[in-house]
Design a protein. Structure first.
Length: 132
């Protein structure tokens, strides 16, 4: 058998984080919360907190969630995320993610204050056209 050439599209961590933040902000799961998105946001913010605002804005425009004529900036993202935390049913998010976590005590810290702190760790990526 001969090798078969094919192309692979790879995303940078800031682009992947942008995709996760898009899910946190806009994934519609009916009236339920997808706790795994919030869990993943915490993971990214703790390990790779740089997000591509350009990539996130493109996703938001494509989904119709950003119609502003101006570019998305860090302040806009922070406002959107804080609004999402204010609407978040934390108990429901925790219950959704429990089956996927080895140590359930890791979720005991989940609160509005905890997520606000996590959001404060997120920074725009440099080198992707995003403004620091």
């Amino acid at each position: 058998m001969q090798p078969i050439p094919f192309s692979v599209r790879a995303y940078s961590l800031p682009d992947l984080f942008a995709g996760k933040l898009h899910a946190v902000l806009f994934r519609k799961w009916g009236s339920r919360v997808k706790g795994r998105d919030w869990y993943d946001m915490v993971w990214f913010a703790g390990r790779h907190p740089s997000v591509s605002l350009t990539h996130l804005e493109q996703r938001m425009r494509q989904s119709g969630n950003w119609t502003e004529p101006k570019s998305l900036d860090a302040a806009d993202l922070r406002r959107l995320l804080l609004d999402a935390v204010a609407r978040l049913d934390i108990d429901q998010a925790r219950a959704e993610v429990v089956p996927f976590v080895r140590d359930r005590r890791a979720l005991d810290v989940w609160s509005a204050g905890f997520f606000t702190d996590v959001i404060g760790r997120i920074t725009p990526a440099s080198g992707t056209g995003d403004k620091p």
